[in-house]
Structure formats: C-alpha cells, structure tokens
Design a protein around this ligand. Structure first.
Ligand SMILES: [Zn+2]
Length: 72
C-alpha cells in the first residue's frame, strides 16, 4: 500500500501540540519543528509507525461512519 502522502499527527514532546505532517516528508527527514513552541523534535521510526497505524485506523472508521450516514 502506498502511504507516502498519508498525513500523520505527532504530538510535540515539548508542549504537547499535535503536529500534522506528511509521511514521505518524515521518512526523508525525521524532524518536526513545532508551530507552537518552535522547538525541534526527532521522530523515531517507532513513533512514525504508530502514527501511521493511527491515521489509517481513523480513516477506516471515518469511512464506516460515512457509510452509515448514507444508509440513513
Ligand atoms: Zn511544541
């Protein structure tokens, strides 16, 4: 499955703000600059995988919700 353009959300370890970033960008350069506190954090491979799993799961759930709405 192609997940390069998947948008993942990583919480800033310094201030807790959730930062959205594209997966292909993080794979090339696993650094995030927080838009709230301006500090740089390093995203580990483990964090990337967890964020991707979460993004895919929430997309599946959103699809299910839309399906139910269309039936009503
Ligand atoms: Zn921050």
């Amino acid at each position: 499955m192609d997940t390069d353009c998947e948008l993942v959300t990583i919480p800033c370890p310094h201030c807790g703000k959730h930062l959205g970033e594209r997966l292909d960008r993080l794979r090339r350069d696993a650094q995030l600059i927080c838009s709230a506190c301006r500090r740089i954090s390093h995203v580990s491979t483990h964090q990337l995988q967890a964020a991707l799993a979460f993004a895919l799961a929430s997309r599946r759930n959103a699809g299910k919700r839309e399906g139910r709405l269309r039936l009503v």
